[in-house]
Design a protein around this ligand. Structure first.
Ligand code: IMP
Ligand code: MG
Length: 174
């Protein structure tokens, strides 16, 4: 059995972190166009809030990826379920993720997208769980660094539930 057990970040705390990240992004890409790529489904809520705080020429696209198995996968390659609609060659691409855990999803995705020759490729995540990292990736924009707890809400699910919570909560076994 599992149960929602406590709030990790309130809607207000998330909002101010999103604004802080957006202002940094705005500064870094000043005078340039930016393609924000949200990773479905978890990053959809974050992505929608983030782009509304970035005062630049922004385009948005989404990708959906899935890990090949879990325990059986040693390669860490991800399967693309939904690819980008646009060509990213010579564009500034910012991948937006909900949470980075082992890092396998993003490192595989970065390798794939690099072959398409974007002008630049950076990563942004709302949450980072560095304790469980197995792949060596650099994340350019990190919202909150958290302990190894299972969290939900603000787009992030447990078995497809809790995506609609306006805050980030903790799920625990009971
Ligand atoms: P990674 O490849 O191990 O970095 O996996 C990251 C993905 O695992 C995230 O995009 C989430 O979909 C999922 N994930 C990792 N930690 C959590 C969590 O605490 N709650 C919900 N999903 C999580
Ligand atoms: Mg995800």
């Amino acid at each position: 059995m599992y149960k929602l057990n406590g709030v990790m970040y309130s809607a207000e705390e998330i909002k101010s972190k999103v604004v802080e990240l957006a202002k940094q992004i705005e500064k870094d890409y000043e005078g340039q166009e930016l393609l924000v790529v949200g990773i479905l489904k978890g990053a959809s809520v974050f992505c929608a809030d983030l782009i509304r705080e970035i005062n630049l020429d922004v385009n948005m696209d989404f990708m959906s990826v899935s890990s090949y198995g879990t325990s059986t996968s040693s390669s860490g390659t991800v399967k693309i379920i939904k690819d980008l609609d646009v060509d990213i060659e010579n564009k500034n691409v910012l991948i937006v993720e909900d949470i980075i855990d082992s890092g396998l999803t993003l490192s595989s995705l970065v390798e794939t997208l690099k072959t398409r020759r974007p002008k630049s490729l950076k990563l942004c995540t709302l949450l980072d769980k560095p304790q469980r990292r197995t792949s060596n990736i650099t994340v350019d924009y990190v919202g909150f660094v958290i302990e190894d707890k299972f969290i939900v809400g603000y787009g992030i699910d447990y078995a497809e539930k809790y995506r609609n919570l306006p805050y980030i909560g903790i799920v625990e076994d009971i």
